[in-house]
Design a protein around this ligand. Structure first.
Ligand code: BGC
Ligand code: MG
Length: 548
């Protein structure tokens, strides 16, 4: 087995710089994690007070969703000052304290950079919209109306309606892929790139270990503003927007996914390289070409280190066959790339609800995700098995949900507060009225309740993370699918001499297990009962090791 001690000092350093490969990242939605100042909204102070808990999970890093100055129309994904903390969340010195404490606990810190668009309240936009001749006139995407006054082309906003907003001051339309209050920055302009790289440098110098790059494939648009072609109804795919959204009816050839992005990502990477160990994970949202784009952006060692995958964020419960197919396709499409897998985040329905999972099924799926080749993002509360909360229309905050209600209820149901205690109506999240109601059915799943139970889901996550961390093959090893019985996912992970076979029964019936030829020992430290002879129980998992 390869260990740090057997490597030369240089190789050990190189291995350390690769910490992101196979890392487990815990995503924090700061509004909903822990309130520390009694205003009903989570904040940096709250995160600081919970870092010991996060360390106790055994994760490698945290990704904190945006906490920058913002009018909060998209809850921080609309930034009006990239270099400051919104007073709602705290101050820059709170952020410094957070980084210092996280590092002391051995946790890396990733922040969420929203570079594709800013808030319309950003001073850059105020200047840009003033007229067609100011120094920042070209910092956003402005275009004339068609002769009949209608928008320049057929591009659509993900949050509903055309992607163009008329501006009476400039007498032009501007582009926005999300809310009209999130104007799209024009990265074709080198000064805009410089300004965004300057923001990136600001946070690297403050000590962050890396970035989650929001909507990384939206950075560039087609300068000729060509119309997107329509998709045939049978090709519409709703992996990044709900089925009710006509955004799914187009092939997004021209409003995103543009080739100029590769050169910008190279500039971005050169900056990262000045800070050894700094990394970026790009969020690639594209229903048609997502995997190809992930491969493009994360390969070659000169762009981002990895891309965040949408493959397991959609509605239908993935079968063993589907999981095996995605993993095999990723190997073929991106042999040199790196994926970051997730089942949940702040944008999608929580997966136990989305997939209708029992707790036993939940465990099998999580174990499968933690064994895949790639890095992993866990979303706060999934370690407790939180279900999607049902939020009344009157309590709704998310403009996306308000727009498409009731067929799509938006993202509030996965953003309700974390539950720390069971004996408190607000789950210990706040003493005030929380910004979104705490779901009553979450209370008995609190951290305090589950910490007292060795068999709880929380205990399972901890054991599974510890098991993964102890197996270099699961963290960094290569991958080969092993054909298995229907409903059974089997694969082999190898790293140097260490080989681990991973088998997941994703059905509610016992299945026969066949290990490949070799001298295999069942891992008894995995958090699953040992197989019964040749049989693996419903929702069971088997890990077996062979060390040559
Ligand atoms: C973020 C969303 C956000 C959008 C616009 C995303 O993909 O995860 O929460 O609304 O980008 O910034
Ligand atoms: Mg607060």
């Amino acid at each position: 087995m390869t260990s740090m001690e057997t490597l030369s000092p240089n190789m050990a350093l190189a291995q350390d710089l690769d910490w992101w490969r196979g890392a487990v990242i815990y995503q924090i939605y700061p509004r909903s994690y822990q309130d520390s100042n009694g205003d009903g909204i989570g904040d940096l102070g709250g995160i600081i007070s919970r870092l010991e808990y996060i360390a106790s999970l055994g994760v490698d890093a945290i990704w904190i969703s945006p906490f920058f100055t913002s009018p909060m129309l998209d809850f921080g994904y609309d930034v009006s000052d990239y270099k400051d903390v919104d007073p709602m969340f705290g101050t820059l010195s709170d952020f410094d304290a957070l980084v210092a404490k996280a590092h002391k606990l051995g946790i890396k810190v990733l922040i969420d950079l929203v570079l594709s668009h800013s808030s319309d309240q950003h001073p850059w936009f105020a200047e840009s919209r003033a007229n067609k001749t100011n120094a920042k006139s070209d910092w956003y995407v402005w275009a004339d109306a068609k002769p009949d006054g209608s928008p320049p082309n057929n591009w659509l906003s993900i949050f509903g309606g055309p992607a163009w907003q008329w501006d009476g001051e400039r007498m032009q339309y501007y582009l926005h892929n999300f809310l009209k209050e999130q104007p799209d920055l024009n990265l074709h302009n080198a000064e805009v790139q410089d300004a965004l790289l300057d923001v990136t440098r600001f946070w690297l110098e403050r000590g962050v270990d890396g970035f989650r790059l929001d909507t990384i494939n939206f950075y560039f648009h087609d300068q000729d503003l060509r119309n997107n072609p329509a998709l045939a109804p049978e090709d519409r795919n709703s992996t990044i927007a709900p089925a009710v959204n006509p955004y799914n009816w187009q092939e997004h050839l021209y409003d995103k996914n543009r080739p100029e992005n590769l050169d910008f990502l190279r500039r971005f990477r050169s900056l990262l390289n000045e800070f050894p160990g700094a990394m970026a994970v790009g969020e690639v949202g594209d229903a048609q070409r997502g995997m190809e784009i992930q491969a493009e952006y994360s390969s070659g060692g000169d762009k981002v280190q990895m891309c965040y995958s949408f493959e397991f964020l959609s509605g239908e419960r993935p079968s063993a066959e589907f999981l095996g197919d995605v993993l095999t396709r990723f190997e073929a499409t991106a042999p040199d790339g790196w994926a970051c897998w997730a089942f949940s985040n702040h944008d999608v329905e929580r997966y136990p609800t989305r997939w209708g999972l029992s707790e036993a099924a939940n465990r099998a799926y999580v174990a499968a995700m933690m064994s895949m080749r790639g890095s992993v993002c866990l979303y706060q509360g999934e370690e407790l098995g939180l279900s999607e909360a049902d939020v009344d229309f009157d309590d709704l905050q998310d403009p996306y949900g308000i727009r498409f209600w009731p067929k799509f209820k938006g993202r509030d149901g996965c953003r309700t507060p974390m539950v720390w205690q069971s004996d408190n109506g607000n789950g210990g999240f706040t003493d005030a009225k929380p910004w979104l109601p705490v779901a009553a059915e979450h209370l008995n799943k609190s951290v305090a309740a589950q910490e007292q139970d060795d068999d709880s889901l929380l205990s399972f996550y901890r054991r599974m993370l510890a098991f993964r961390a102890a197996q270099p093959a699961l963290v960094k090893g290569n991958f080969a699918l092993i054909p298995g019985a229907d409903g059974v996912l089997s694969f082999l992970r190898c790293y140097g001499d260490a080989r681990v076979v991973c088998i997941f029964n994703l059905t509610d019936e016992p299945k026969e297990v066949a290990l490949p030829a070799g001298n295999w020992t069942i891992c008894t430290d995995a958090p699953f009962p040992a197989p019964d002879g040749q049989l693996i129980g419903p929702w069971g998992a088997v890990f077996a090791k062979e060390e040559a």
